[in-house]
Design a protein around this ligand. Sequence first.
Ligand SMILES: Nc1ncnc2c1ncn2[C@@H]1O[C@H](COP(=O)(O)OP(=O)(O)OP(=O)(O)O)[C@@H](O)[C@H]1O
Ligand SMILES: O=C(O)C1=C[C@@H](O)[C@@H](O)[C@H](O)C1
Ligand SMILES: [Mg+2]
Length: 171
Amino acid sequence: MTGPRIVLIGPMGVGKTTVGELLAERLGTTFRDTDADIVAAEGRQIAEIFVDDGEPAFRELERRAVRTAVTEHPGVLALGGGAILDAGTRELLAGHTVVYLSMDVEEAVKRTGLNAARPLLAVNPRKQWRELMEARRHLYTDAARVVVPTDGRSPEEVAAAVLDALEWKEA
Ligand SMILES: Nc1ncnc2c1ncn2[C@@H]1O[C@H](COP(=O)(O)OP(=O)(O)OP(=O)(O)O)[C@@H](O)[C@H]1O
Ligand SMILES: O=C(O)C1=C[C@@H](O)[C@@H](O)[C@H](O)C1
Ligand SMILES: [Mg+2]
């Protein structure tokens, strides 16, 4: 199958961008992020799209962005944290090398904090995180070929653990 060599999934702030860029460098390829693609295409920030159009409309834009990226991007691809909620998006991932970067709730709260730019975490982040992870954990796990925990690991260690988990020793 053509398309991305690695697709990174996982919650907001888990390190998809940081680790994705490191992996792309190690594999001698490029990094792309569907959140950034959506912002560029819409000329609006994601929080604005959520407020103006609502989450269902955002998920549709996201599904389109994922379809385009898995078709035309040959490098490392990161999806938005909630992309996995959409059944159509999940179908687009079948057959790709999908890696779930995971973290526990305490690590999530530490990395993201109270953050108005992340619309799903604007209030009571610990409770939001617990609910969000309960709803999504199985979707991430089911879509992924491997799960790589990031707690207590530096981004470099996570990137190495991804390549190890995939048994890609060449990089
Ligand atoms: N393994 C790590 N250990 C500690 N901090 C990390 C790690 N990976 C990333 N970070 C930090 O956590 C924050 C979020 O990382 P990053 O933006 O890469 O996550 P993301 O999954 O791309 O988030 P988003 O869903 O917002 O795109 C950044 O400040 C980054 O420096
Ligand atoms: O977890 C989520 O639902 C989201 C994660 C971000 O990557 C963005 O795609 C947006 O803020 C929604
Ligand atoms: Mg990112």
